[in-house]
Unconditional design. Structure first.
Length: 487
């Protein structure tokens, strides 16, 4: 069976190369190498070793996955033709080498024999040059596929395969989402060799370095300033646990799920207000207050031994994946209406018999207009709905008439009932015209508040007491407020 010997060229020059590997390379008529950009290759070529590199393949593809797949395919073809070939990579074959992993997959499929002949990893030299101890916590991540949320900022982070300015730019932008722009990082090139360079730069200058090449890695030291961790979820969880802990805040310590209910509602309405203001900064602040409520409830659950925030996150993640089979599964949908239909069906299946008990099953405690709209939408799904506005307007006239009759009869209890019927029909009309009744009333409330505030301000400037004004005078100011509001 065809065989591929894989050799690691080490982290630096020829002096670091083990004698056995050196001898193996010297006797090979042709050596395949992922890249010629390595000091040991330059020295070996002077001693007569012939190398065939795959540097040209990098120029043929826009993404690294295609590059590595192509290199693997070529190596498999050459092994087929020559039975045994030797392939070299920088450092150690099993450290940050995707082509080696692809070849090992071919071996697991029984298509080739792969033998790792060794090589010195750059990591030992990196630890020595940077004077760090990996036992404190260390991550080795790929700069060509760096993900924002995979990094543990309390650990040493070594980002490998930062070949050029383009990769360095991507790494920089990813890191700047979680670290200050001026956070000091180290660009480490050819560590352990005579050409070693360690350059410290602020993060925003990472892609401006001129030393970036195949032997470059970037070192991110552990975060020391507590403020730099304020954006981390783990830090928020730690803060909430401290507040609820033995040496925490007396107010936070005594809270329960029930005692926090009113605060949760208040915070949600403040979020809605920030959305209406179209103030992103205020919205971010208010969303943080809602998150605080979630974290407090989660910590109470953990303190009581019932659930933690991990359970909260796990439940919602699983639910989102389960209820979006058109995204995470094989289901196909044509539009948003089908998404909603699938969602309702999946939800119904999840709840089993409970879902069959009532079509009008909705959350308790909703504002009345919102509750009316949800009830009507639920009923509409089984056909209990008008498909035209005309009968709704007739129903509104009917309810207004009945309300007037109860006014004349001076029956407060029935007046209360008939007014509720009027509002319910109004919600139906709003739904037909695709107007959110709750939002519409909130908008009118804000408009009223703004105009009345104008009246108060003007009267105060005129030195008048609003309590001494007649209704006619207030109406005049109201008209002025309307004119001012329209400008």
């Amino acid at each position: 069976m065809k065989k591929i010997n894989i050799i690691g060229l080490g982290a630096g020059d020829l002096e670091q190369m083990p004698l056995g590997i050196y001898r193996h390379l010297k006797k090979e008529p042709l050596v395949y190498t992922r890249t010629n950009d390595h000091p040991a290759i330059t020295e070996l070529e002077k001693e007569g070793v012939r190398f065939q590199s795959f540097d040209h393949i990098y120029e043929q593809h826009d993404e690294f996955h295609s590059v590595y797949a192509t290199i693997t395919e070529v190596l498999m073809q050459q092994a087929e033709e020559n039975e045994v070939i030797t392939y070299t990579v920088p450092g150690h074959p099993l450290v940050a080498e995707k082509t080696v992993q692809l070849l090992l997959e071919e071996q697991r499929d029984g298509k080739v024999i792969v033998e790792i002949l060794g090589g010195q990893s750059f990591l030992d030299a990196m630890y020595t040059s940077l004077q760090i101890d990996p036992i404190e916590g260390c991550q080795i991540v790929d700069g060509t596929a760096l993900r924002r949320d995979e990094m543990e900022l309390n650990h040493h982070i070594i980002i490998v395969q930062v070949y050029d300015a383009m990769i360095a730019s991507d790494v920089k932008l990813t890191l700047m989402e979680r670290l200050p722009d001026d956070y000091e990082v180290t660009i480490a090139t050819a560590v352990g060799s005579s050409e070693e360079q360690l350059i410290k730069v602020p993060l925003y200058e990472l892609d401006r370095a001129t030393t970036l090449n195949n032997l470059t890695a970037v070192y991110i030291p552990p975060v020391q300033k507590e403020q730099d961790l304020y954006g981390e979820f783990s830090k928020l969880r730690e803060v909430i646990a401290t507040l609820r802990g033995p040496n925490g805040c007396p107010w936070d310590q005594k809270q329960t799920h029930k005692s926090l209910k009113k605060y949760f509602v208040e915070e949600v309405y403040e979020v809605l207000e920030a959305i209406d203001e179209e103030n992103d900064e205020h919205l971010a602040e208010e969303l943080g207050d809602v998150l605080l409520q979630i974290m407090l409830h989660s910590q109470i659950g953990e303190d009581n031994g019932y659930f933690s925030v991990r359970d909260v996150i796990s439940n919602v993640t699983e639910k989102m994946i389960r209820r979006h089979p058109h995204v995470f599964g094989e289901v196909t949908v044509e539009n948003a209406d089908e998404v909603v239909s699938n969602w309702d069906e999946i939800k119904k299946q999840e709840k089993g018999k409970e879902a069959e008990e009532s079509i009008l099953s909705i959350p308790k405690g909703l504002p009345a207009l919102m509750e009316a709209e949800k009830l009507q939408k639920k009923a509409a799904k089984v056909g209990f709905d008008w498909d035209d506005a005309a009968p709704m307007w007739m129903k509104l006239q009917e309810e207004l008439g009945e309300f007037m009759l109860e006014i004349k009869a001076n029956d407060p209890e029935k007046m209360h009932k008939e007014l509720g019927d009027i509002l319910f029909v109004v919600v139906n009309l709003a739904r037909f015209y695709k107007i959110d009744a709750e939002d519409a009333l909130q908008s009118t409330n804000r408009k009223f508040k703004k105009r009345f505030g104008y009246i108060e301000t003007v009267l105060q400037a005129e030195g008048k007491n609003i309590l001494e004004m007649t209704l006619e005078e207030l109406d005049q100011k109201w008209e002025e407020a309307k004119q001012f509001d329209s400008k």
